[in-house]
Ligand binder design. Structure first.
Ligand code: THG
Length: 369
């Protein structure tokens, strides 16, 4: 199958688009109405850079929803069932956004930039509409918009070397999920220690989309001594690490307790938080599904699937595998299962792959390595 994507203002390009094309991007997905690179033609090398060297990822699809004004803090709290009283300025927290049913609508990083200014660094759903409508209905005095901000992730064990070379020790003092405004040769950035892997690293939130290629080239040059190369949020590493992919691992009924986000939910959050009453009830009733890793016996390398696999124990359907990948470290196919609460780590399961093939596997806790 060979096709092109028709140009459209609905499928936006990243400020790093030209640079990623020059560096050999071979595939994209769509995320937050933008093109997002998903590969540069050598998956094993891209995984190896992330685990053993350093990788640079165009993740400008992690769009920001800015809340600014007298009621910005109030709105941030209404949107998330994690108590924000102790969130310091300059800090990010991983949060859930839930609807009135307690169903997860998004799992952003909430960054507090000032007492009256926040960014929701969102996963793939339209939080802007949700936030604006809730602010309007609750009569809050807050401005909500998508700013010109595009993250570039630098991930892997040598990320500190690259960021230190670019920005000096000031940047290396930034702690986990903290964010600080800095400039790199006149390019305005928010610099954070974060990223969608457990290999460590930074995200540079570029605040001027006209400087995408310039920033990409500076990071690439500083990373040369450390074997930097292009990559993307890595499906194998994120399944090994058990990082949630909203919209892939979740469905239209998934609540935070089912997908290991219970530790980010405060049941004593204020009563005006959207979904808090439902979350209290869901918590009291107990979950019926939970998320576990799946280690497949099938050893041919998986391709990517765009649908889930069905999982059975002794002939009985007990859930689905929502994401599949080859793990070069484990030399196994691995997956993320959303499974009946009755099944447990160590259980043997039968699996029907999306293409109909039958295989078997074993369930595991996260992380898988
Ligand atoms: N960075 C930024 N924005 C983002 C993402 C990101 N927006 C979309 C998406 N990723 C949001 N989802 C997640 C999911 C998991 C994590 C970060 C963002 C994550 N989780 C760790 C864990 O679960 O172990 C640590 C959580 C914590 O320390 O609180 O890192 O990647 N800018």
């Amino acid at each position: 199958m060979a096709f092109t994507i028709s140009p459209s203002p609905r499928i936006r390009r990243s400020p790093f688009y030209d640079a990623t094309v020059k560096d050999g991007v071979v595939s994209f997905t769509a995320y937050n109405h933008m093109l997002m690179p998903t590969g540069y033609g050598d998956p094993e090398a891209e995984y190896d850079r992330l685990l053993n060297h350093v990788a640079m990822w165009d993740v400008s699809v992690e769009r920001q929803v800015e809340l600014v004004g007298p009621d910005a803090a109030k709105l941030a709290q209404i949107l998330t069932p994690r108590k924000l009283d102790n969130l310091p300025t300059g800090q990010g927290w991983y949060v859930a956004i839930c609807d009135h049913r307690g169903v997860i609508l998004n799992d952003p990083i909430l960054l507090k930039l000032a007492e009256d200014r926040f960014w929701l660094s969102i996963a793939d759903s339209d939080v802007l509409f949700w936030a604006r409508s809730i602010a309007g209905e609750r009569k809050l005095d807050v401005t909500i918009f998508e700013p010109d901000v595009s993250p570039l992730a630098i991930q892997g064990p040598r990320a500190d070397d690259v960021v230190g070379a670019l920005l000096g020790d000031e940047a290396l003092k930034i702690r986990h999920f903290q964010v600080r405004e800095m400039t790199l040769q006149g390019i305005p950035l928010m610099v954070a220690r974060s990223g969608w892997s457990l290999q460590g690293g930074f995200e540079f939130y570029l605040m001027d989309s006209s400087k995408g290629t310039e920033l990409w080239d500076l990071v690439k040059a500083a990373g040369q001594p450390f074997n930097i190369g292009p990559g993307n949020p890595n499906p194998s590493e994120r399944i090994e690490s058990g990082l949630l992919s909203w919209g892939g691992d979740t469905d239209d009924n998934t609540n935070p307790f089912e997908v290991r986000m219970g530790r980010y939910i405060d049941l004593d959050a204020p009563d005006d938080v959207v979904g808090i009453q439902a979350l209290r009830e869901l918590h009291a009733a107990g979950i019926k599904r939970h998320q576990l890793g799946v280690l497949f016996d099938y050893t041919d390398t998986f391709g990517a699937y765009d649908t889930s696999s069905d999982v059975f124990v002794e002939g009985k359907h007990c859930g689905v595998v929502t994401a599949h990948a080859w793990s070069p470290r484990l030399k196994k196919n691995i997956g993320i299962g959303l499974l009946d609460i009755s099944v447990n780590p160590g259980d043997k399961v039968s699996i029907t792959l999306p293409d109909g093939r039958q295989t078997s596997g074993e369930l595991s806790k996260f992380p898988l390595v």
